[in-house]
Design a protein around this ligand. Structure first.
Ligand SMILES: [Zn+2]
Length: 62
C-alpha cells in the first residue's frame, strides 16, 4: 500500500527562494533551494550578484 501526504488547502505550492554561496577552490557559485544555480565564478562578488539577481527576478515578476 502507498500513502500520499494530504494537500493542505490555502497554501502556495511555490518553493521559496533561498540562495547560498558555495566556494570550491578559487571558484564560487550561487545555488538556490528552488534548483537554480549560477555558473562557477572566480569572483565571489559576481556570484553574490547573480544570486541577488535571481532573488530580484522572482520577487518582482515582470
Ligand atoms: Zn530560486
Amino acid at each position: 500500500m502507498h500513502s500520499e501526504l494530504p494537500a493542505v488547502p490555502g497554501t502556495t505550492p511555490m518553493p521559496e527562494h533561498r540562495v547560498a554561496i558555495s566556494e570550491r577552490g578559487s571558484f564560487c557559485h550561487a545555488s538556490c533551494v528552488c534548483g537554480w544555480f549560477s555558473p562557477a565564478r572566480r569572483s565571489r562578488d559576481l556570484a553574490r550578484r547573480e544570486a541577488a539577481d535571481h532573488l530580484a527576478e522572482n520577487h518582482d515578476p515582470a
